[in-house]
Design a protein around this ligand. Structure first.
Ligand code: NZQ
Ligand code: ZN
Length: 395
């Protein structure tokens, strides 16, 4: 393990089907006014909203509601939330929903007391709030597994007007103070969203795993998480009601992106950079955007990252490799990944998401390029990857 790092994660977790019971205890540490952010209505239909509002009332809180946080939250909606928070002297922002609501809540928390153009400062210029800037505390009640937003400081916002989706990872001050993870709350997630979440988890692990060649404990942790996810995903896709599988998926999602398995690593994140731009153009679920370019991306990374792809094939996919060259072993690992993606029903081309060859220049332009795991891609490489991802019919 060659890297230098510090480690701090302030988010307190409550996990399990009784975890909501702890909300009331936590609420006593915060003032009376709670901003309750939620999405398009799933929490009202499945009854979680009523449970949470009941607990807030019991705790004597004043609720400032802000529903309608859309999947892939927009800058326009962020502006609306900031306005509401500024008008109501909020003491705690409570996110009730999936990654979108959690991300959004952190974005509001960072922006309320910023005296200037927060979009420009935090997302376009990627700055951190000043040491003396007030930040509102955020807590999450998670209803969908995937992003890891419940235990990280990531906030991905879409500027719909300019077809540009961009993430900013804030410093640890914006991590949720506590998060409640009840796997039962994820049971009503539509099958397509569950699958998108599963691939988002897998890809978070791969984005960190496919960098560097040193012997690093983080990679062993990543391999264990990937094996657990593959096992549980196969069960959950066949039987979404399987609590054990759904709980493993939820827990794996948290550890896949709560900064632990990236320690001591340079990390990659180019599939996410391309995926975000695809998302801005197609509005497809985040995990599907990642899946749709992954095979073209990783086949390209295979040669420069060969030893790691061999290890991935052997350790994650149990490829024995007897009598095979390293290239053949690595390729067999990617074939196993592709077969699993097909088995659980993920899109393997961007065409399946509605992307067309006419969109390729725009998606390329919206992709932020940086030196990544094993490659240093230029816009023309992104274009090639996107063309490879259109699929046989359109490519
Ligand atoms: O809006 P509602 O009605 O609640 O419906 C949501 C939404 O339509 C629904 N849903 C969630 N929980 C449900 C449910 N439906 C029924 N029952 C439940 N229990 O699922 C849909 C998707 O929800 P969303 O929150 O958008 O999904 P996800 O958790 O995948 O979040 C996606 C966002 O997170 C960002 C993505 O870019 C995207 O904007 N990411 C955040 C990251 C981070 N913070 O570190 C990292 C990720 O890589 C990702 O970029
Ligand atoms: Zn992701």
């Amino acid at each position: 393990m060659l890297g230098n790092f510090s480690y701090y994660n302030p988010t307190k977790l409550y996990f399990g089907d009784e975890s909501l019971n702890f909300l009331k205890d936590e609420l006593k540490y915060y003032g009376p006014v709670v901003m309750l952010n939620y999405g398009g209505g799933s929490v009202k239909r499945n009854g979680i909203y009523d449970q949470v509002v009941g607990i807030l009332h019991e705790a004597g809180k004043t609720i400032v509601e802000n529903g309608g946080v859309m999947s892939n939250p927009t800058l326009e909606k962020l502006n609306e939330g900031v306005k509401i928070a500024r008008a109501n002297a909020i003491d705690l922002i409570l996110a009730l929903g999936g990654g979108s609501v959690c991300d959004y809540s952190k974005a509001v928390a960072a922006s309320v007391y910023y005296d200037g153009n927060y979009w420009d400062q935090f997302w376009l210029k990627q700055q951190q709030p000043a040491a003396d800037q007030r930040l509102l505390p955020v807590a999450c009640i998670l209803t969908m597994a995937g992003t890891g937003s419940e235990m990280n400081a990531g906030t991905v916002i879409t500027d719909a007007e300019h077809t540009f989706k961009v993430g900013h990872v804030f410093d640890s001050r914006l991590m949720p103070k506590f998060s409640i993870l009840n796997p039962r709350f994820t049971m009503t997630v539509p099958a397509e969203q569950m699958k998108a979440g599963i691939y988002d988890i897998m890809n978070h692990i791969m984005e960190q795993y496919f960098s560097d060649f040193d012997d690093n404990t983080s990679d062993y942790l990543a391999e264990g998480l990937m094996r657990s996810l593959i096992t549980s995903s196969r069960i959950a896709v066949k039987n979404p009601e399987d609590y054990e599988a759904r709980s493993n998926i939820m827990w794996t999602a948290t550890w896949a992106l709560n900064t632990l398995i990236g320690l001591g690593k340079r990390e990659d994140w180019m599939v996410h950079m391309i995926g975000h731009s695809i998302g801005a153009w197609t509005h497809a679920p985040h995990g599907f955007c990642l899946a749709s370019v992954s095979m073209a991306y990783y086949r390209r990374a295979l040669r420069p990252g060969l030893p790691k792809f061999v290890r991935f094939a052997k350790t994650v996919w149990d490829i024995r490799g007897d009598g095979m060259t390293d290239e053949q072993i690595a390729e067999a690992g990617l074939e196993a990944l592709e077969a699993w993606m097909e088995e659980i029903g993920l899109p393997l081309t961007i065409s399946e998401l509605g992307a067309t060859s006419e969109m390729v220049p725009g998606i390329t332009e919206g992709t932020i390029c940086h030196p990544a795991g094993y490659m240093n891609l230029k816009p023309e490489d992104i274009t090639e990857i996107l063309r490879d991802s259109l699929g046989a019919a359109l490519g």
